[in-house]
Write a protein that binds this ligand. Sequence first.
Ligand code: SAH
Length: 411
Amino acid sequence: MEADDLKTIKIKISKSLQTKIRKGHPWVHFYQVKNISVKGRPGDYGVIYDPDNRFLALGLYDPLSDIRLRVLQTGEPAELDAEFFRERLQRAAGIRRSLESQGTTGYRIVNGENDGLPGLTLDRYQNVGVLKLYTQAWFPHLEKIVPWIERDLKLTPCVLLFSRHVERTLPKNAPYQNQTVLQGSAVDGPVRFLENGLHFEADVLQGQKTGFFLDQRENRQRVRELAADKSVLNAFSYTGGFTVSAFAGGARSVLEIDSNPLAMKAALENLKLNFPDRLEEGNGFEQIKGDAFKSFARLEREKKSFDIVILDPPAFAKSKKHIRNALMAYTRLARAGAKRTRDGGILFAASCSASVKANDFYRATLLGISSAGKSCEVLERTGHATDHPVTFSEGAYLKGIYCKINASQPG
Ligand code: SAH
């Protein structure tokens, strides 16, 4: 479907949702649409009027997504032309400009709804762009965005990735395919980039997220600052971002645990790029390939403990119905982690489950620590990095907590 064929659909919603949208909420879910007979195709324009029939919001419609409308513009009407999208991209890029001077060339340029481009993220890995879509509504509008990615942001090649939902609902005659290179030459192999002056590689085609967990950059830097002369346990290590950061901060040793052998292999490559001597046996680096919970049990049998323990698991709650189980898992993990943290050491626990509220996660973690028979002092709670801004409550997913673990409580 070309941008010219698009229809404009009037979407009716409750007054209370209108108020929310006026204040910046970017979504209308399918069950919130009052004129249920409304029909449209992904990428059609959806417009909302207030009770006095004045313009309230404009967005992109998607009948295939639970989020029926993603709002792009409120207040004044606007034409969603190339200039509109260019302005949004430039504003988003401006917020991140200082990262490059800090030695970071891998970061998120567009964080979806939080940067006024809902359902779309754009990551930079040096000169390579990774544009990820969470709705097919973007298909007929991509031609208005993609040229700026090369011209203004100097990202070429630019790879297109789809979320699982987009992949699942893709029609046979879709104008784009997952992993298409939108401009520039094919990406063959991992892409190198810098994070706080350290070297990394990301597999932007096959890796998790867009190849690297860019959202944890500030926590990795924090661990680097804490790591001098410390022994570190990096659980859920993926491609070793926390490991390299810990060694950069002078860590004595790092033990990684992850169940994904490909990620562990990539972690070796990342370590080699920065501290190749650490790969020699006896030089303070080891990996355990396998389940973290089982590995913690093994470390307990071996009576091993560490100065810093990092717990950065995948999202335990994929949706609201999993929250209870997720909180129990966070507690169980914190308990295992606290047991392996030396008295006076630091436990860092993170959660990337969007449906788990920050306070519930902190409570679950602290419960785990106390159930391990340890007391603790909360040093810091952290949230989103500068390149992952949050402008609405549902957009907040990442939370972290640093706890100083103290000697076992008496009795
Ligand atoms: N800390 C990482 C990101 C972690 S992503 C970073 O900074 O880059 C979560 C990781 O947990 C993934 O690498 C995944 O392979 C791993 N994982 C998932 N379930 C696991 C389990 N049960 N045991 C060990 N690792 C697991």
